[in-house]
Design a binder for this molecule. Structure first.
Ligand code: MEV
Length: 304
């Protein structure tokens, strides 16, 4: 019986969520603290999916697995696989719908596993196309930032269809990630932004702030970097994608000494991030937990 596995990591957006959809720059980091793995085993029972949400035949899977369903069909059209049945087990430690790019990560792991199963070389352009098409099911107009960050496995400065360049952080700072524990739909958030009255000005502001942060990283100007992150949170709030809990966690981090804080990802729930000097990290994390953060993670920006 043939067996193959594929793995992927998650991502965190530092700057530029939403404005990246409109062609402005963004900065994002791979997030290795949470991973997804996919195992494909040959069986004789049709195509079965085993996941947190559903266990059963692929063609009867619920809407939440629509992207996975479409991706598997696309892959099977591309690859020449002989099978009577396949058992596909998705094991994701990436909290879903929290801004970690879990859907893109699942798609990457799934595609890698299928190509290994078929003993076919997986070219980067094939991976991008297959995962990109699956992402379009989750929201109509994805920027491609999630896929680019997850695949590149390094921090990137990204402009839709134009640029994906490595960013060297090398900063003696921590990035704290706080999960509100509230799942949110990127599709809904993107729709809210598309209807926002002052969208054009706010997108412009977010794009400039992202470019400023790139300079701040290069110049190791952590104070300006923090201030620009907090300014981005204000613009995202005005765009209508923040929530009371996100604002509480952002304010808690700032009041506990963070250099800057903002929501990260689509918003409407999901995660926030805070930039912290090493000696402040512990107390900020404690304060976030007390203020209701579901889970927190610490990324060392020296190691990115
Ligand atoms: C979602 O992780 C990031 C958004 O900017 C959407 C996108 O880039 O496609 C909200």
């Amino acid at each position: 019986m043939r067996v193959a596995c594929g793995k992927s990591n998650a991502k965190i957006i530092l700057m530029g969520e939403h404005s990246v959809v409109y062609g402005k720059s963004a900065i994002a980091l791979p997030f290795f603290n949470a991973e997804v793995s996919v195992k494909i085993e040959e069986t004789d029972k049709g195509i079965e999916i085993i996941s947190e949400y559903y266990q059963g035949q692929l063609d009867q899977a619920p809407e939440i697995l629509e992207g996975v369903q479409a991706l598997i069909k696309n892959i099977l059209n591309k690859l020449d696989i002989n099978y009577n049945g396949l058992k596909i087990t998705l094991n994701s430690k990436i909290p879903a719908q929290r801004g970690f790019g879990s859907s893109a990560a699942v798609s990457v792991a799934l595609t890698k596993a299928f190509f290994k199963f078929a003993n076919e070389e997986l070219r980067l352009d094939n991976l991008k196309e297959l995962v990109g098409n699956a992402e379009k099911i989750h929201h109509e107009n994805p920027s491609g930032l999630d896929v680019a960050t997850i695949i590149s496995k390094q921090a990137i400065y990204f402009i839709k269809n134009k640029k994906s360049e490595k960013v060297d952080f090398n900063l003696d700072l921590d990035l704290i990630v706080g999960d509100t524990g509230i799942p949110a739909s990127t599709k809904t958030a993107v729709q809210i932004v598309s209807q926002q009255e002052h969208k054009k000005e706010l997108i412009q502001v977010l794009g400039s702030l992202s470019d400023h942060v790139l300079k701040n990283i290069e110049n190791k100007d952590s104070i300006a970097m923090g201030n620009n992150m907090t300014a981005a949170h204000e613009a995202l709030k005005e765009l209508g994608v923040s929530t009371e809990k996100l604002n509480t966690l952002v304010n808690t981090a700032l009041n506990s000494g963070a250099l800057g804080a903002k929501l990260s990802g689509g918003g409407l729930g999901g995660c926030m991030i805070a930039l912290s000097e090493k000696n402040k990290t512990e107390s900020i994390v404690e304060a976030l937990k007390l203020a209701g953060a579901n889970t927190t993670w610490i990324l060392d920006l020296k190691e990115i």
